[in-house]
Write a protein that binds this ligand. Structure first.
Ligand code: NZQ
Ligand code: ZN
Length: 391
């Protein structure tokens, strides 16, 4: 277990009345707020009207930027920064899923910078300082409501990359599970896959473990496995939506990961798929994860698969560890492709081998190797992509 500093600086208002706190909280940060959101789902389900009312009742002047796309683009960030600078806006309220919140993180930092916001990525410039960010979460998936990072796409260069800073972690997030009742089935499934993947990225770590955190991660995984399918069948099941929403935040808010220095590997591999094909992040993760698990399985790593199988999927702990590991992978497949009903291979979503070579090199970055559960070179990543072509 590594040394760490624990500092999760996001205030959470959780529950049916969460949005009632928007005005009071936002007023602490600024009299001028940029309200940013996506393609309009918040106008259909009443969240927009509620947010506007709360802000205006608090005497806050509201500016708006809509149209943040899934896999958000750097151009949206540039537009947000322009509005903030022109109007001397002091804080942002992002209302939506991970895409809207991520874009807002880059806007928050861009507002304080005198250079193009893509340089946070291309030049690795720190996303600090940043103006305060508040969020209203409308779907459970990325955990962006409580973490520092954001992922942004540059369609011109076909790059989708992440950055972040403690200053871009939301100051306040308003989490009302009822807002997720209208999330389409496919996005509910993809979001559940994303939450599970965030936990896997930390759980699959052989550089030392912390018993307490491993057991907490298993509880979080059980939560997603139990409630993802319930939310699909019964979208207005408050208990299911609430458990998924809170699990999404805790999967990635640094609590489970601060003591581990494990680098994430499946995510960077997936980000290439979304960058090249603009697919939904959680779907890409679902297709990749079981193949990545198969690829990483060895005598050295098998104990993690056994823990997962026995403690999360209730497999019998007696028997050959390799056989238990294979059953565990089968359970993961069943969860993604049967319980959540996600497409099970890349061909089904129209992806073939054409860009695998380039994507594999990009996924490994400048270092030429993705260090993680097991270190992966471009040739390894390419094999994993190839494994995703067939069931
Ligand atoms: O744009 P609107 O109209 O809001 O519709 C969205 C969008 O079409 C819709 N939606 C969201 N809430 C809804 C709803 N529709 C009806 N009712 C609601 N209540 O869902 C669609 C997808 O939204 P999006 O924000 O793209 O989904 P998600 O939350 O999965 O975010 C995905 C993005 O986050 C990045 C992903 O790579 C991807 O770009 N990630 C961010 C992370 C982070 N900040 O830490 C970590 C993740 O691993 C991930 O990489
Ligand atoms: Zn993710």
């Amino acid at each position: 277990m590594n040394n760490f500093t624990y500092d999760i600086g996001t205030r959470i208002h959780f529950g049916r009345d969460a949005l009632d706190y928007i005005g009071k909280e936002a007023k602490k940060y600024s009299d001028k707020i940029l309200l940013t959101y996506g393609g309009g789902s918040i106008k259909k389900n009443g969240v927009y009207d509620k947010a506007i009312k709360e802000l205006e009742d608090a005497g806050i002047e509201v500016f708006e930027l809509s149209g943040i796309q899934p896999n958000p683009r750097i151009d949206s960030v540039r537009e947000g920064v322009r509005i903030i600078k022109e109007n001397k806006i002091g804080a942002i309220l992002a209302v939506g899923g991970g895409s809207t919140i991520d874009a807002a993180k880059f806007m928050a930092a861009g507002a304080c910078a005198d250079f193009d916001p893509w340089e946070f990525i291309s030049e690795g410039k720190p996303m600090s300082p940043a103006i305060p960010l508040l969020t209203v979460l409308t779907m459970a998936a990325t955990g962006s409501e409580m973490d520092c990072g954001g992922v942004i796409t540059n369609p011109e260069t076909k790059e989708k990359l992440s950055s972040g800073h403690a200053d871009t972690r939301p100051k306040v997030s308003f989490l009302n599970p009822e807002l997720t009742y209208t999330v389409p089935k496919f996005q509910t499934a993809a979001g559940s896959a994303d939450i599970l993947s965030h936990i896997f990225e930390t759980y699959f770590n052989i550089d030392g473990t912390m018993f307490m955190l491993d057991r907490i991660m298993e509880a979080l995984m059980k939560t997603v496995i139990k409630y993802g399918p319930i939310a699909l069948k019964d979208p207005e099941n408050y208990e299911a939506r609430a458990n998924l929403m809170w699990a999404s935040s805790w999967a990635i808010n640094d609590f489970i990961s601060d003591s581990s220095k494990a680098a994430w590997t499946v995510h960077p591999i997936e980000h290439e798929l979304s960058a090249f094909y603009d697919i939904t992040h959680g779907l890409g993760l679902a297709i990749l994860t079981p193949r990545w698990m198969e690829y990483c399985l060895s005598e050295k790593t098998v104990h993690k698969y056994v823990d997962l199988g026995v403690n999360v999927f209730d497999l019998d702990k007696e028997g050959d560890p390799m056989e238990i590991a294979r059953q565990t992978i089968e359970k993961v497949r069943e969860f993604f492709f049967e319980d959540l009903g996600l497409d099970s291979n890349l061909r089904k979503i129209g992806i073939d081998e054409e860009h695998f070579e380039e994507m594999s090199i990009k996924a490994c970055g400048k270092a030429g190797v993705k260090k993680g559960f097991i270190d992966l070179k471009p040739s390894d990543v390419k094999k994993i992509y190839q494994m995703c072509l067939e069931d």
